[in-house]
Structure formats: structure tokens, C-alpha cells
Design a protein around this ligand. Structure first.
Ligand SMILES: Nc1ncnc2c1ncn2[C@@H]1O[C@H](COP(=O)(O)OP(=O)(O)O)[C@@H](O)[C@H]1O
Ligand SMILES: Cc1ncc(C[n+]2csc(CCOP(=O)(O)OP(=O)(O)O)c2C)c(N)n1
Ligand SMILES: [Mg+2]
Ligand SMILES: [Mg+2]
Ligand SMILES: [Mg+2]
Length: 329
């Protein structure tokens, strides 16, 4: 895929090319999945809704807030923008069916950047066999990407944040803290550090949500589910409050994640527990299942649900300074 991006000939800016030429160039890179009855090119797209109900979610990514063009390639930004939304669909226990993308861009953005963004969106969508069925393009002072993903419940009830009950187990699919470690590396901006911990830096630029675990947990009877976008403690806090239960996490069950970050944390003089418990953007899936549930592949138990004040605690581990991301703090 990188070779494909580099092979893109030098292109003009979006101002020089004009909106409609850029939209044509972008949509040409977005082949349609079998779920799409009418793709880009008309006033709206038409997508199958096999279940008859439609799951819909949207997230906005703003240059300087969610990504930096000097840290991430356009392809990586596209992958991350799609992943963040596809993870929200999975977190409902649904399978994605299609994605719509709004792109606001400065006039001097190279057309090649918009094309590579489309390549990244297409690439991540292909992981779950869906396509980008349409979008919008307009001018702005910085790059803003607004992604909407649609999903299908396959006849199941949605898995919300409010169904956890005392006696359930807390479960996680996917790794924790890697994106926060990668963010810390990028913030230092030291080339040697970035090279030594290239995998963690890459995990920040392109998360790898465990998409299949969402529907699999729903099929297994999960009582609550969400994706970790802001930080495990903050995100599970929504489950605790939504369900009116207390979540007790088991530090030993999180030690693998901490260990995987230890060398990087040591070199940066930071606390790997803070990344695992308070770091966002891994888009792991976290939730609850009744005790005795057969766990789908890649899902592990990290704690238990008890009656009590609705909060998330990790006995034996100091609470990190930040339990998660708040866009305004
Ligand atoms: N500007 C908004 N208008 C309406 N609903 C919103 C807005 N921003 C967030 N929400 C809703 O609030 C809930 C929490 O949002 P958010 O924290 O962004 O969820 P997530 O982390 O899964 O993306 C979601 O159900 C979302 O749809
Ligand atoms: C340049 C830059 N600075 C900081 C961050 C860290 N960061 C930005 S948004 C965010 C949390 C997730 O974003 P949000 O808009 O809250 O997504 P949602 O929870 O709605 O999925 C984090 C950890 C980043 N990704 N890039
Ligand atoms: Mg959101
Ligand atoms: Mg979410
Ligand atoms: Mg958030």
C-alpha cells in the first residue's frame, strides 16, 4: 500500500484541481462492497440493511487534536478515522455495512493527500469488507475528517453500556496502552526513540481494533460493551454508571499489557500503568459477560462486576493522574 501511495504522481493542490475533480479522484479509489445498491455519485447512497434496523455512529477527527500531518501519513489518518468508527459499530455487537466521510481541507492541501486518505479509509474498511459509499468535501482552515459508519445487528439486540449485573465478569479484547505510549513517543519527537519503539508509535497512528470480537461477544451474551477511545478507566466508568454497578479490575490480568510497554516507559521516564488504565485510542473492546460465558477468541477476563457505588477500581494499583481523555481538559 505504501508503494501505491509513493507511486501517486505529484498532484496539484485541491484549490488548483477544484472540488469536483478531487471528489472524482477520491471516489475513483473507492470500489463498492456487495452491500451497496447505489454508491457515490448521486444525492445519497443506498445500502442494504439486512436486519431492518440500522446502527449508526459518527466521530470527527481534527488536525492538531486527533492527528498531525507531520506525524501520520494520509493513509494512516484514513485508516485511523475508519477504525475509530468501525470500532464503535463493533462495540454495539454489530457488523459494519458502510461508511460515509466528510472531508474539510485547506485550499493548499495536495490532491495526493486526499487520495491517500481515501486509500487509508478504503484499506481499513476492507478489513471488515465494507466500502466508503459517499461523503462531502469543503474548505476549512485545517483538515477535519468526519466519518459516519453504519452497521447491522444480525437479528441480535444491541449491546449497550447499561446491562452489566453483579456477578458478571469484566472482559477485554485487544491491547491496552499502546496508542498512549505511541503518542508519548511522537510528542517527544526523538527519531531514535521512535525507531526503537516503532511498533508502539505505529499503534498510535493506526489502531487495530478487534472488530470480530464485538459481534462474537454479542452472540456469546455480553451484557455491556464499548470501545476504549478515551481510556479504560474512563470508558468502563460509563458502564459502571450506565449499569449502576461497581467494576473491580484485576491488576494481574492487565500485567501483560503493562509489561509490553515497560521498556518504552522506562526510557521515557513514564508510568506504563497510566497508559494502560488512562490512555485512549487503542479502540480495544471492553465490557461484561455473565459468569460462565464461553469466551470468544481473543477475549480475556480482567475483572468482576459487584454491587456498590458505580465506579471502576483496580485494587493494588495507584490511580493514574488521568483516567482518560477529555477534549476540553
Ligand atoms: N454533538 C453531539 N450531538 C449529539 N450526540 C452526541 C454529540 N456528541 C456526542 N454525542 C453522543 O454522546 C454519546 C457519547 O459520545 P462519545 O463519547 O463521542 O462516544 P464514543 O467515544 O463512542 O465516540 C454518543 O452516543 C454520541 O452519539
Ligand atoms: C496530535 C494529537 N494530540 C493528542 C492526541 C490524543 N487524543 C486525541 S483525541 C483522543 C481521545 C479520543 O478522541 P475522541 O474525540 O474523544 O473520540 P471518541 O471518544 O469520541 O471516539 C486522544 C487520546 C492525538 N491523537 N493526537
Ligand atoms: Mg465519539
Ligand atoms: Mg465508542
Ligand atoms: Mg472520547
Amino acid at each position: 500500500m505504501d508503494a501505491e501511495v509513493q507511486a501517486t504522481p505529484t498532484t496539484p493542490t485541491v484549490r488548483e484541481a477544484g472540488e469536483f475533480a478531487v471528489v472524482a479522484a477520491v471516489t475513483a479509489r473507492l470500489p463498492q462492497s456487495a452491500l451497496v445498491l447505489l454508491g457515490p455519485g448521486d444525492d445519497a447512497a443506498v445500502v442494504r440493511a439486512p436486519d431492518g434496523r440500522v446502527v449508526v455512529t459518527t466521530d470527527v477527527l481534527v488536525e492538531g487534536v486527533h492527528f498531525r500531518r507531520d506525524w501520520s501519513s494520509a493513509l494512516e489518518v484514513g485508516r485511523k478515522a475508519a477504525a475509530q468508527n468501525l470500532a464503535d459499530v463493533a462495540a454495539m455487537g454489530a457488523v459494519p455495512t458502510s461508511v460515509v466521510v466528510g472531508l474539510a481541507a485547506p485550499a493548499d492541501l495536495p490532491v495526493a493527500w486526499a487520495e491517500s486518505l481515501a486509500d487509508g479509509l478504503r484499506t481499513e474498511c476492507a478489513v471488515v469488507s465494507v466500502s466508503v459509499v459517499g461523503g462531502d468535501m469543503t474548505r476549512a482552515g485545517q483538515v477535519v475528517i468526519s466519518v459516519t459508519a453504519l452497521g447491522d445487528l444480525e437479528g441480535r439486540d444491541p449491546v449497550t453500556r447499561s446491562g452489566a449485573r453483579p456477578g458478571d465478569l469484566v472482559v477485554v479484547a485487544g491491547r491496552l496502552g499502546r496508542s498512549a505510549a505511541g503518542l508519548a513517543l511522537h510528542l517527544r519527537g526523538d527519531a531514535g526513540l521512535l525507531q526503537r519503539h516503532a511498533e508502539l508509535a505505529a499503534a498510535h497512528r493506526v489502531p487495530a481494533p478487534p472488530y470480530a470480537a464485538g459481534p462474537a461477544l454479542a452472540r456469546a451474551g455480553a451484557s455491556a460493551l464499548l470501545d476504549t477511545s478515551d481510556g479504560l478507566l474512563q470508558d468502563l466508568g460509563h458502564v459502571a454508571r450506565g449499569s449502576g454497578v461497581r467494576l473491580e479490575l484485576d491488576a494481574a490480568a492487565l500485567e501483560d499489557d503493562v509489561r509490553a510497554l515497560a521498556a518504552c516507559a522506562e526510557e521515557l521516564g513514564e508510568d506504563p500503568w497510566a497508559w494502560v488504565l488512562g490512555g485512549g485510542e487503542d479502540h480495544a473492546l471492553a465490557g461484561c459477560v455473565p459468569a460462565g460465558t464461553a469466551l470468544p477468541p481473543g477475549v480475556r477476563v480482567v475483572g468482576r462486576v459487584v454491587a456498590g457505588s458505580p465506579e471502576v477500581v483496580v485494587p493494588g494499583v495507584a490511580r493514574p493522574g488521568s483516567t482518560g481523555w477529555d477534549s476540553y481538559r
